[in-house]
Design a protein around this ligand. Structure first.
Ligand code: F6R
Length: 364
């Protein structure tokens, strides 16, 4: 049932505040602002002994995994690698002592991710999964499963599964940081309190849908869309470019902003829309100097930020509600999903069933 929405994708984008709130309530005791220990995957001893984490996933789930890498390294200071499951399964992976593997999958049935799980298990590693579908193959075959409480995702393009996967990584990173003494109980409470405000901030973005739609009406004839950002904003760029490609068939690419000048900037002219994501304080100035470079080459510009920034002439700006830098991607993605949706709508695409794609990729 689309419940009054034109497409499942739009319905699922709008369900995100509810999906985030449900997932939070499952893992967080909202009275005491603590994590429910029996629902988290690491004991204090396991957390302290942990030396390395490897995250395996495909597509959008892999992008959530990259966020996980950033969050866990930043907050818990544990080395993390994120690997595309189809690569991991055939690569010369070295299993190290006290390493744990985390598999991320909405369906829990993706063939390459299942194979990656089996490889890690064969290597004797502990494997944890983040899944949305209860009782799915990956959920059954892993040592511990953390469910995203997104509810059934029908549209081929993943939206609410992605944001709830990011949320789980935020919770895991906070938990590991706290258990390893990198984050005090008081700081943990502050972070959890801020996460509880995310659904309301998502609503503020969803209320801007008409503005997003109007912008796509003006941009529908552009030939290429480049998403740029640094650090976690780069990972949001990857997800935004994938979302746009898969449902609108418009050529789009994601670039780490500092990498543009190593070749790709040659492609930029006034038929290109550059979407710059600038939420990470530590690299804000650097990203803005890259924005200036693309502006000077005539690109159309859209800027997403939750910081006070000097806006270049003729750039469109979408304000992201303020939050901790580590949590900004869960908000920016809502704008980027709406952007992909309305671009596809303007271009007359079959949004819920894009060509050549299946919801669950159970063959290699
Ligand atoms: C993109 C999309 C895919 C999936 C990928 C993994 O919108 O939905 O990239 O994320 O096929 O699927 P799961 O998470 O079911 O393993």
């Amino acid at each position: 049932q689309k419940k009054g929405f034109d497409h499942f994708m739009l319905k699922e984008i709008f369900e995100q505040p509810r999906a985030i709130a449900d997932t939070l309530r499952h893992y967080v005791d909202t009275d005491t602002l603590t994590l429910r220990r029996d629902r988290m995957p690491f004991t204090r001893k396991q957390a302290v002994l942990l030396r390395q984490l490897t995250i395996v996933a495909c597509g959008t789930a892999y992008h959530a995994g990259m966020m996980g890498k950033s969050l866990i390294q930043r907050l818990a200071r544990i080395p993390v690698q994120a690997e595309i499951a189809s690569e991991y399964r055939y690569s010369e992976t070295l299993a190290t002592e006290n390493e744990v593997v985390i598999a991320v999958s909405q369906s829990g049935e993706t063939a390459d991710t299942v194979a990656a799980v089996r490889k890690a298990k064969k290597n004797g590693q502990r494997v944890i999964s983040l899944c949305n579908v209860i009782g799915s193959t990956i959920a059954r075959e892993t040592d511990a499963v953390l469910y995203t409480l997104a509810g059934p995702e029908i549209a081929v393009a993943s939206t609410k599964a992605y944001s709830t996967q990011m949320l789980l990584f935020e919770l895991i990173a906070l938990d590991l940081a706290n258990l390893r003494g990198e984050l005090s109980d008081e700081e943990l409470r502050e972070h959890l309190a801020e996460l509880l405000r995310i659904p309301e901030k998502m609503e503020q973005i969803l209320a801007q849908k008409d503005m997003v739609k109007e912008f796509t009406r003006r941009m529908k004839d552009c030939e290429d869309v480049f998403f740029i950002g640094r650090l976690m904003d780069y990972y949001s760029s990857l997800e935004a470019a994938l979302k746009l490609k898969e449902i609108s068939y418009l050529h789009s690419e994601a670039y780490a902003a500092g990498e543009l000048k190593h070749g790709t900037i040659a492609m930029i002219d006034d038929t290109t829309l550059v979407v710059a994501i600038a939420t990470q304080e530590s690299v804000l100035e650097k990203t803005m100097s890259n924005v200036e470079e693309v502006r000077a080459r005539g690109a159309r510009l859209l800027l997403l930020s939750d910081h006070e920034i000097a806006v270049p002439a003729k750039a469109e700006v979408w304000a992201v509600p303020q939050t901790f830098d580590a949590f900004a991607p869960i908000l920016t993605i809502v704008y980027l999903q709406l952007f992909a949706y309305y671009m596809a709508l303007q271009r007359g695409c079959d949004i819920d069933k894009p060509r050549n794609l299946a919801k669950s990729v159970t063959v290699e």
